[in-house]
Design a protein. Sequence first.
Length: 224
Amino acid sequence: MNRVVFDIETLGFPIESFDEVRQEYLLRFAKTDEERADALAKLNLAPFTAQIVAIGMLNPDSNQGKVFYQAPEKDPWTSEDGMAEFVPGTEEIMLTEFWKTVARYGQFITFNGRSFDCPFLMLRSAILGVKPSRNLMPYRYGANEHCDLLDQLTFYGAFRKFNLDFYCKGFGIKSPKSEGITGLDVGPLFREGRFREIAQYCLGDVRATAELYQRWQSLLSFEK
């Protein structure tokens, strides 16, 4: 079966970009400075308050990848090892190209994709008028179409959850966080125009997810 791993990076819009009614709604429980900061951080997590700034895709069998990322530049470029292509564009172009690409694969693989990446991609696309090419939210209790590694490694919520960095370190896989960038850095990097660094960070996430998938598939998968 041909398969693809994907991951997204998102960034919340400034609170000032929303009208007064929506600002009041988003900050309704923020009574202290700490609560306000927490509410603003959560803007990154919903497609109605955030944009997608990078989409990483990787074939775990060939290790060839592609990253669509937001940037004003026009020309694609490749990674130093020649295994990944980076394609800049607008959010609409990124999503259009993602849907063209993901439609060609029989199985897609994510980490926490069912609770975040997949619904975010579908809803954000709808908001921007881009029609998804497939349903990223199929039947949950099976990994043949969508293998969400967080579902698999927690046995569908029966066991404690950890983040991708924790699982990578537990399985002896190089964590993308070891490069010194985390999801918290996406906002500052984007505002500073360091778009390529975001794209490379996203590629690191999909590579780590692909390696984690290989471990799960060889040691813990019982599906045919």
